[in-house]
Design a binder for this molecule. Structure first.
Ligand code: BES
Ligand code: MN
Ligand code: ZN
Length: 483
C-alpha cells in the first residue's frame, strides 16, 4: 500500500473513495449527508458504513460515510480502528484506491499516524497460503487528506507507515505454521530483517547456550529435533541521550504441544502463535531501526519448540538456570517462563537497565481479562507508568495486575529453589511471580498477551488471526524515552 498526505479542500480530493467520519448526535451538513442523517439512514454508530456515488461538488468518485461513534469518546485509537474498518469495507467492494478526510479537530500528528496505521493494519490478510486470492485484493493507494498542517504531519505519516508495516511483518511471522517456522527459521527472519535495516544480529546456538549455562531454556528445547536459538538484536543510537538501555524480551515458542504434560488436541493448532511475543519484539526492532530512538534497545528472543518424545524433559526434572537458581519442572507445559527466565538473566548480563517482556504465557490471563486487555505485571512503578502511557498513546489496552510477595506462598518447591507452576489459582500471577524471580532487581514489565495476540473472530478493522500486540507499545516506549 502506498500512502501519502495531501493538503487540499475536501471537494478537491481525487480518489475512488473518500472516507468521511460521521458522528453520533452531531448533524453532518456537508456533502448532502444532512438529509440521510435526518432520515435515520446514517446514525454515526461505530463502523456503520454508507457508500455514495457521484456526490455533487466532489472530485472523489465515491464517498464512504463511516460511523465514528460519540464525539467525546473519539481519539487517535478510535481513528485507527475507523480507518481500518473503512479499508476493510472498501476492499470487500474491490475498491483499491482510497483516502480519508481528517477535519482540523482530528489532524494532529498522532491522528495522522493512527489513520495510516489503521489502514495498513486493516489491509492485512492471512491468505499467504491460499492459492486463490482473487476475492480480496490489497489496497494500492491510501491518502490522508487534510485542509492544512505543517511538515510534522508528513513525519507522522511516515512514522505510522513504518510502525504498521512492522506490525504486519510481526503478524506474518506469528501466523506462520510451525512446519514453516522453526526456531532457527525465526532466527533467519530476524537476521535478514537486521541486514535490511542495519541492526546487529547475533544468534546463540545450543552449544553456546550450554556453555553459558542456560539449563532452563535448554531443558525445554531438548524434546525437539529442531535446534533452539537465542536471537539477540541490537540497536545503538549514534549518541545516546540517557543512561537507560531497554531490553525487549519476547517468548519464541514456535510450537507448544505442552511437552510430556501434553495439551488436549482441541485447539492445539493455535499454539503456532506461541512465538507472538518474540515476533512483536523482532517487529518492534524493525520499526526502531528506522525511527532511531535516543536510547539503546536490545531484543532477546529465546526460540524453541516444545515437544514430547523420548528425549523430552519430564515432570519432576530439576534444571539449573543461568541465574544459578534451580527449578523443579512440575509441568512441562509451563515452558514459556522457563525459556524467559534465562533470557531475562542474559538481558541483564548484556547491560539492559529496563526490561519489558511479552509472552503468550498463560490461559489464566485469558480467563481473567478475556481477549480485550493485555495483562501487565510490574516490579517498578516508574517503568509501569511509562509503559502504561506508551500503551495508551499507541492504542494497546493493558490492565495492571498484582505481583506482591504474598503470592510467593503459591510458588514453593520441596526439592529445588522454585517450581515452574503455582497451585490452582491465580495462574497468570504465579507465572509473573516466577519471572520476577529472574528479573529482580532490574525494573521490569511482563506483558501476558495470551488473550490479545490472536483474534478468534475478525473485527471490522482487523482480520481474524495475529494482531501484532504489543509492538506499538514497545516502539512508543522507546521513542518517548527521555533522559
Ligand atoms: N502457551 C501457553 C499459554 C497459552 C494459552 C497461550 C492459551 C495462548 C492461548 C503456555 O505455555 C501454557 O501452556 N501455559 C499453561 C500453564 C500451566 C501449565 C500452569 C496454561 O496456561 O495452561
Ligand atoms: Mn505451554
Ligand atoms: Zn506456551
Amino acid at each position: 500500500m502506498r500512502v501519502s498526505l495531501q493538503r487540499q479542500p475536501i471537494e478537491e480530493v481525487q480518489t475512488d473513495a473518500l472516507v468521511l467520519l460521521v458522528f453520533q448526535d452531531r448533524r453532518e451538513d456537508r456533502l448532502g449527508l444532512g438529509e440521510l442523517g435526518d432520515a435515520g439512514e446514517i446514525t454515526g454508530k461505530p463502523f456503520e458504513t454508507t457508500l455514495l456515488h457521484n456526490v455533487p461538488g466532489m472530485r472523489a468518485k465515491r464517498l464512504l460515510a463511516l460511523g465514528a461513534g460519540k464525539p467525546p469518546k473519539f481519539n487517535a485509537a478510535e481513528l485507527r480502528r475507523a480507518a481500518g474498518a473503512a479499508i476493510r469495507h472498501l476492499k470487500s467492494k474491490s475498491i483499491t484506491d482510497a483516502a480519508i478526510w481528517l477535519d482540523a479537530a482530528q489532524s494532529g500528528a498522532d491522528d495522522v499516524s493512527a489513520a495510516v496505521e489503521g489502514a495498513i493494519l486493516g489491509d492485512f490478510e492471512t491468505d499467504r497460503y491460499k492459492t486463490d486470492k482473487k476475492d480480496v485484493k490489497p489496497v494500492e493507494r491510501f491518502t490522508v487528506a487534510v485542509a492544512e498542517g505543517g511538515p510534522h504531519l508528513d513525519a507522522a505519516l511516515e512514522r505510522g507507515r513504518i510502525i504498521a508495516e512492522a506490525q504486519n511483518f510481526t503478524r506474518e511471522l506469528a501466523n506462520e505454521p510451525a512446519n514453516r517456522l522453526t526456531p532457527m527459521g525465526l532466527a533467519g527472519h530476524a537476521r535478514r530483517m537486521a541486514e535490511q535495516f542495519g541492526l546487529e544480529c547475533e544468534v546463540l546456538d545450543r552449544d553456546r547456550m550450554a556453555q553459558l549455562g542456560m539449563g532452563s531454556l535448554l531443558g525445554v528445547a531438548i524434546g525437539s529435533a529442531e535446534p533452539p536459538a537465542l536471537i539477540v538484536l541490537r540497536y545503538r543510537p549514534a549518541s545516546p541521550s540517557a543512561a537507560a538501555h531497554l531490553g525487549l524480551v519476547g517468548k519464541g515458542v514456535t510450537f507448544d504441544t505442552g511437552g510430556i504434560s501434553i495439551k488436549p488436541a482441541d485447539g492445539m493448532e493455535k499454539m503456532k502463535y506461541d512465538m507472538a511475543g518474540g515476533a512483536a519484539a523482532i517487529g518492534a526492532m524493525r520499526a526502531l531501526a528506522q525511527l532511531k530512538p535516543a536510547i539503546p534497545v536490545t531484543a532477546l528472543i529465546p526460540a524453541v519448540e516444545n515437544m514430547p518424545g523420548s528425549r523430552a524433559q519430564r515432570p519432576g526434572d530439576i534444571v539449573t538456570s543461568l541465574s544459578g537458581k534451580t527449578i523443579e519442572v512440575i509441568n512441562t507445559d509451563a515452558e514459556g517462563r522457563l525459556i524467559l527466565a534465562d533470557a531475562l538473566t542474559y538481558a541483564q548480563k548484556l547491560g539492559c537497565t529496563h526490561l519489558v517482556d511479552a509472552a503468550t504465557l498463560t490461559g489464566a490471563v485469558v480467563v481473567a481479562l478475556g481477549h480485550i486487555h493485555v495483562g501487565l505485571f510490574a516490579n517498578d512503578d516508574a517503568l509501569r507508568e511509562r509503559v502504561m502511557l506508551a500503551a495508551r498513546a499507541a492504542g494497546d489496552k493493558m490492565w495492571h495486575m498484582p505481583v506482591d510477595d504474598d503470592y510467593k506462598d503459591y510458588l514453593k518447591s520441596v526439592f529445588a529453589d522454585i517450581p515452574n507452576v503455582g497451585g490452582r489459582y491465580g495462574g497468570a500471577v504465579t507465572a509473573a511471580m516466577f519471572l520476577k524471580e529472574f528479573a529482580d532487581p532490574t525494573p521490569w514489565i511482563h506483558l501476558d498477551i495470551a488473550g490479545t495476540a490472536w483474534l478468534d473472530d475478525a473485527k471490522p478493522f482487523l482480520a481474524k488471526g495475529p494482531t501484532g500486540v504489543p509492538l506499538r507499545t514497545m516502539v512508543r516506549l522507546a521513542m518517548d524515552w527521555q533522559a
